[in-house]
Design a binder for this molecule. Structure first.
Ligand SMILES: CC(C)(COP(=O)(O)OP(=O)(O)OC[C@H]1O[C@@H](n2cnc3c(N)ncnc32)[C@H](O)[C@@H]1OP(=O)(O)O)[C@@H](O)C(=O)NCCC(=O)NCCS
Length: 192
């Protein structure tokens, strides 16, 4: 096993998600992240969820490192709202950026043209991360910046075809080797 993005819902094992929610709550960072209650009861709901919205975890060797979501389709919105939370042990490793790009690809595959998110301006890491992956902030609602990113509309092959003169070198995203091994992670986490 290695790093994986795994969809949550339709019968996902509850324990690893519930443990991750517990670690989120303990970190205190939920003051910046409150899309839904971060409780064991909510973990049970998420794991049996069956709808149009998308919930994912990033796992390494079965241990949950991050939780991310795209929501709004269930309520009839065309532009999903993104949320992300990375475990403290996996921050600064480029996992957040990789997860953001994965969520954008998932949104695109689901038919979205844009993704939106809200972030507290004092949440500097998050604001920086979002700006780095293309979000533009133009308004503030209830103390939070509201940002949008337009998803790419051209496939790589099509894009290359229309830019024949340019070298077709795909950028590589390399995860910095800082993600702790499963053994080093919280003893409370159970394998996924
Ligand atoms: C927001 C979050 C997902 C970012 O993950 P991360 O792993 O810390 O992200 P990164 O390491 O890519 O850091 C993001 C940016 O902040 C920068 N940064 C790091 N330390 C910083 C500091 N002390 N001051 C300002 N910026 C800093 C990083 O350099 C990076 O920018 P760069 O790529 O231009 O260098 C993570 O911190 C998190 O889960 N926080 C709690 C939940 C949350 O706030 N979610 C967002 C809700 S809107």
């Amino acid at each position: 096993m290695a790093l994986e993005f795994v969809r949550v819902g339709g019968g996902t094992a509850v324990r690893p998600i519930a443990n991750f929610f517990l670690s989120m709550e303990k970190s205190g960072d939920v003051k910046f992240f409150h899309p839904h209650p971060i409780t064991e009861e909510e973990a049970v709901k998420r794991c049996s969820y069956d709808g149009k919205d998308l919930y994912y975890v990033a796992t390494n060797e079965g241990t949950v490192l991050a939780y991310g979501m795209l929501r709004g389709w269930d309520e009839g919105y065309a532009i999903p709202s993104l949320g992300i939370f990375v475990h403290q042990s996996a921050r600064g490793t480029d996992l957040a950026r990789a997860f953001m790009l994965f969520l954008h690809a998932a949104a695109k595959a689901h038919g979205a043209e844009k993704v939106m998110l809200k972030v507290y301006p004092q949440n500097l890491f998050a604001v920086r991360l979002y700006e780095n992956v293309g979000y533009k902030f133009s308004e503030k609602v209830a103390g939070q910046l509201v940002g949008y990113v337009k998803l790419k509309t051209q496939g790589k092959a099509e894009s290359r075809e229309s830019r024949r003169d340019e070298p077709a070198i795909a950028p590589t995203v390399e995860l910095k080797d800082k993600v702790k091994s499963a053994g080093e992670m919280s003893k409370k986490s159970e394998s996924f």
